[in-house]
Design a protein around this ligand. Structure first.
Ligand code: GLN
Ligand code: ZN
Length: 768
């Protein structure tokens, strides 16, 4: 009798109705006593375990649950805490834990950054050369006991592996890597030993770093580390887990001295399969096959997956050595579809969130163990649900598909070169050198949010709401004119969110009620679903832009969100390629750009703040992604007349890697974030001669601080050491919607003053 098992890698923390988030925030606000908080959290944690048990998962993770972030948990477990939070506590208190994550009145929080190519942000462990790792408290042991005692679950403890942990940490020199690892390994051994002692059979050690490029030395470190762990805890079975891509050195990785290897057969499918076919899979190890996508929200085609698994078994061997798992932790998807009450049933039936994905896994396992006949009804329903959406009108918009099929491979191009456009636009706009502008949004004050709420609840009529938005726009046009800004914006008061706003107006999008996913700490996002063919239903921004432009003689930028950002911040359909979805969105935006141009909006900004985060992990996939991204952007923007000025905005500063793609967007003006990393930014342009309009943010909008004229002047001057003043624009780092008016107005005044002073100093040095 075959004995395939189901295993989960991690369960979402946020809660079906965001109970976890709410508990954390109440505790932070002092509205929940620590004891009550911990009791609430425990209840939630147990309910998550129980749910997985009821669904029928064989290997249920423990320790994936967190009070904030699992990387922080692991760092704290091993005493890797920043010096400024180290008060000599033996056991790290909850207060210290949250101080590291969120800062306190004396010290700033640890940095956070994106977890590989996901939208989840982890707390970056800070290790100084002085840090002495130690076991502060074996939280995994506590959690293992809890699951066993309360629910009779023999959990599978999950821990971030030592090499991934160190590679994601900062603050130590490379020379300290090996000594740090040497001191961590015995501590991991201790933690694992205690788990073994308590009755754990398997432990899942996450080493996603293995999907990145690894050197000979890295692999040697893996060999040595896992030998030590394996020998250090005899009898405990180790599952080495990878995800988000194919492992980089398959042959070496599968030979590591562990009892099982977890591979991603969704995002690293081709390469992992190819490797298994060429090199085989060790007969003595468990293969944990991540075949259910942990990064999207769609039902898997179970019949197809089952066939693939059978082929895999043909090469990979024994059925008692196979686990079926999601491709990664389910942290990255919402909890359950069941609470959704407003979705079109055709769509709802084709969705699969964490709970449903686990049920799919359990079904697959049953099919493998008992034969296809045992799951025939499930397979039938599964294909019917998928087919229904496939065949629905949502995915069969003939017009969109015709337009899409007419696209060539050559990049769409502007009618005139940048040089020509620059001249035509200089004549058309008559801007001073170092023109000043902002990124788009102005403060979303209490009043603005209240107005939107009233409108949504039906307390305000559409006219009332629109009048409010108009008044707010007019007020801020006047403010910008008074400050003396050269290129104005309407302020985006009508928008809740830069993707949702467009998603609500375009065909092909849907919105869930409870589809929240943790972004960082207690913060969640509820990404739109791109489930059908995307189509333009009519103007989305023209009315607002035209109104704003009617109030001033200065140019007002039209403001759109770009195709790649809309894609990256949504859950996109996976039945057609990424580039096809990019292009569908781009074709819809193209119509909006056209409508703006027709309405005499002469500058149009198409924001792409999420272009970089979609960059694939694998080197060899990057160029393709960037080409598709550039193609879509140009499809949406490049058809305009030479005297229409196309802007874009990106809010991140590391873009050495994508600078060629940025240049290839062929925008007339780009604004990018730079205030917090001016040095790096400037050095990028030492190596790359950028010739088109560019604004490097001169002030950080993430802080309430009002920067002085002198500060902004000096950052302008530093930028002008590498960029020609004729192409330089002056703007803040990003949109101002999170700032208060009393921070925004003085900051912008200082920014304009700084521009004036630098202009005066440059004087005749810059000819017209
Ligand atoms: N135009 C947007 C704004 O100003 C851009 C936001 C962003 O870059 N994330 O709010
Ligand atoms: Zn931005």
């Amino acid at each position: 009798m075959a004995n395939v098992l189901s295993s989960n890698l991690g369960y979402p923390r946020i809660g079906e109705k965001r109970e976890w988030k709410k508990a954390l925030e109440q505790f932070w606000a002092g509205k929940l006593e620590k004891e009550d908080f911990l009791a609430t959290i425990k209840k939630l944690r147990l309910s998550y375990l129980k749910k997985q048990k009821d669904i029928g998962v064989d290997l249920i993770p423990v320790g994936d649950f967190s009070l904030y972030d699992h990387v922080l948990d692991t760092a704290v477990l091993f005493g890797l805490i920043p010096d400024r939070f180290n008060s000599g506590e033996k056991k790290i208190s909850l207060e210290t834990y949250y101080s590291i994550a969120r800062g306190n009145k004396d010290s700033v929080a640890s940095e956070m950054t994106k977890w590989f190519n996901t939208n989840y942000h982890y707390i970056v462990p800070e290790i100084s050369n002085k840090t002495k790792p130690r076991v502060t408290e074996n939280r995994l042991l506590t959690l293992f006991h809890e699951a066993k005692e309360e629910l009779g679950i023999i959990g599978k403890p999950v821990i971030v592996g030592p090499i991934t942990l160190l590679r994601l940490s900062k603050g130590y020199d490379e020379a300290h890597f090996q000594p740090l690892l040497d001191s961590l390994v015995p501590l991991y051994t201790q933690v694992l030993g205690e788990l073994k002692e308590a009755g754990a059979e398997w432990v899942q050690i996450d080493e996603p770093i293995l999907v990145k490029k690894s050197t000979k030395e890295d692999l040697a470190a893996f060999q040595k580390t896992y030998e030590a762990l394996k020998n250090g805890v005899p009898g405990l079975k180790l599952l080495l887990q990878t995800y988000f891509e194919a492992v980089d050195n398959y042959e070496e990785v599968v030979q590591l001295p562990v009892d099982g290897i977890g591979l991603d057969f969704v995002h690293g499918k081709e390469a992992n399969l190819r490797a298994i076919q060429s090199f085989g899979f060790p007969k003595d190890k468990v293969l944990a096959a991540g075949v259910i996508d942990g990064r999207n929200v769609w039902k898997a085609d179970l019949t197809e997956t089952l066939n693939e698994l059978e082929t895999l078994l043909g090469t990979a061997g024994e059925k008692d050595k196979l686990w079926i798992t999601p491709s990664c932790s389910l942290l990255h998807v919402p909890v359950t579809v069941t609470n959704e009450e407003k979705l079109d049933p055709i769509l709802k039936n084709a969705l699969s969130f964490a709970d449903e994905k686990l049920a799919e896994i359990v079904t697959l396992v049953k099919g493998l163990n008992e034969g296809k006949a045992a799951i025939e009804a499930d397979l039938k329903k599964n294909s019917a649900d998928i087919q229904a959406l496939q065949q629905s009108e949502h995915r069969n918009n003939q017009e969109v598909q015709k337009e899409l099929s007419r696209l060539g491979t050559e990049l769409p191009a502007r009618p005139g070169s940048y040089k020509l456009r620059q001249q035509v636009q200089a004549d058309a706009f008559q801007l001073p050198i170092l023109p000043t502008t902002t990124i788009g949004s102005f403060p979303q004050t209490k009043e603005v949010r209240l107005a939107r709420r009233k409108y949504r609840k039906g307390e305000w009529s559409e006219e009332q709401y629109e009048q409010f938005v108009k008044d707010e726009t007019a007020r801020w046009i006047k403010i910008q004119e008074d400050i003396g800004i050269d290129v104005l914006v309407h302020g985006e008061f009508e928008r809740n969110d830069m993707v949702e706003y467009f998603g609500e107006k375009l065909a092909g999008f849907a919105f869930t009620q409870f589809g929240w996913v943790q972004s960082y700490g207690s913060r969640g996002v509820k990404p739109p679903l791109i489930f059908g063919d995307v189509a333009w239903n009519g103007p989305m921004t023209v009315k607002e832009s035209v109104y704003a432009q009617s109030l001033t003689r200065k140019p007002v930028k039209g403001m759109l969100t770009g195709p790649v950002t809309i894609y990256n911040w949504s859950f996109a359909r996976n039945d057609i390629s990424q580039s096809k979805v990019f292009n569908q969105i781009a074709l819809a935006l193209k119509k909006e750009v056209h409508a703006l141009e027709e309405a005499d909006i002469r500058m149009i900004q198409v924001d792409e703040p999420a272009l970089r985060e979609g960059l694939p992990l694998k080197e060899e996939k990057k160029a393709g992604y960037l080409y598709d991204a550039v193609y879509a952007f140009r499809l949406a923007t490049s058809f305009v007349n030479n005297d229409t000025q196309i802007h874009t905005h990106m809010c991140y500063s590391e873009f050495d890697e994508i600078i060629d793609a940025i240049d290839a967007l062929d925008t007339d003006v780009i604004s990018i974030e730079a205030a917090r990393s001016h040095g790096e930014m400037v050095s990028t342009f030492e190596d790359f001669e950028y010739k088109k309009g560019i604004g490097l943010g001169v002030y950080d909008i993430h802080s309430p601080r009002v920067p002085s004229v002198a500060e902004m002047k000096s950052s302008i001057e530093r930028a002008l050491q590498v960029l020609d003043p004729k192409i330089f624009w002056i703007n803040p780092d990003c949109g101002l919607k999170t700032r208060k008016p009393e921070e925004t107005i003085p900051s912008l005044k200082n920014m304009v003053e700084a521009a004036h002073e630098v202009r005066a100093e440059l004087g005749d040095k810059v000819g017209k």
